[in-house]
Design a protein around this ligand. Structure first.
Ligand SMILES: [Zn+2]
Length: 253
């Protein structure tokens, strides 16, 4: 319970305090059993996160979750982002990945969010200020399920991506749901939590999620990169074993 309270509190830490919190955790949770590829430290265990108050999910050293550690592996071992000279947009950044991306001098990095102070700019994803074909790459993780007009958001992401560019556009997807469910008459937070699983979600995406991306213009590859990793690696890094990466591209001219 103490851990879950700490997890709730850390979201509100300013960046300086967050660094002290992580440094203390690196000392107290130091170990060999688990490893985080983002902060590159070993731990005796990971921390609970969100609803999963008894789970082993959040890295004590950088607060990354399963999906962020998988993304970082994908970016560095598959896409070799550390060797690419690119202009990158990160929508709704998380602390761990943003810190790493900002530290790479080859990346011209911009992050946006409607509300979070972690982002460099406040922007509405359905009405971006950037000109057409502005970015070489985009990361948008677990954002679209919060947006009523997700098709407008997808078309904005497509508009600002350069031809030949790539975007990783992730949302939670219900494994056994074929068609996306949405009902915009459900607006009360407690109703949304009951029906969509979280009080600020407006839909549950099904297996047809990729079709919306395609209808917005993207070429979509459903990459099961996770299955290329061995079991020991998946368990030691604590990765989401079911996360398929939606690697989207815009046709080159
Ligand atoms: Zn970490």
């Amino acid at each position: 319970m103490i851990n879950s309270l700490k997890n709730i509190a850390v979201k509100h830490f300013p960046v300086g305090s967050r660094k002290i919190y992580h440094r203390l955790n690196i000392f107290f949770y130091k170990g060999e059993e688990y490893y985080c590829p983002i902060c590159e430290k070993g731990f005796k265990r990971f921390l609970p996160a969100g609803e999963n108050i008894f789970g082993n999910s959040k890295c004590p050293g950088c607060s990354s979750l399963e999906r962020q550690r998988l993304l970082w592996l994908y970016l560095t071992s598959k896409l070799k982002i550390q060797d690419q000279k690119i202009k990158l947009l990160n929508v709704a950044p998380d602390f761990a990945i943003q810190s790493k991306l900002k530290s790479l001098s080859n990346i011209d990095y911009i992050s946006i969010d409607l509300e979070s102070n972690l982002a460099m700019q406040k922007q509405d994803l359905t009405n971006l200020s950037f000109s057409d074909n502005y970015f070489d790459a985009i990361l948008c993780y677990h954002v679209l399920e919060h947006i009523v007009d997700d098709r407008k958001a997808m078309s904005e992401l497509f508009r600002v991506l350069k031809p030949g560019g790539w975007a990783i556009l992730q949302t939670p997807i219900e494994k056994d749901r074929e068609k996306t469910f949405e009902d915009f008459s459900i607006i009360l937070p407690q109703e949304r939590k009951k029906i969509f699983g979280q009080e600020d979600h407006v839909r549950i995406y099904g297996q047809d999620y990729f079709k919306r991306l395609e209808q917005s213009g993207f070429i979509v590859i459903k990459d099961d990169f996770i299955n290329n990793l061995n079991r020991t690696e998946k368990e030691r890094l604590v990765l989401d074993k079911n996360e398929i990466i939606f690697f989207c591209t815009k046709q080159a001219n």
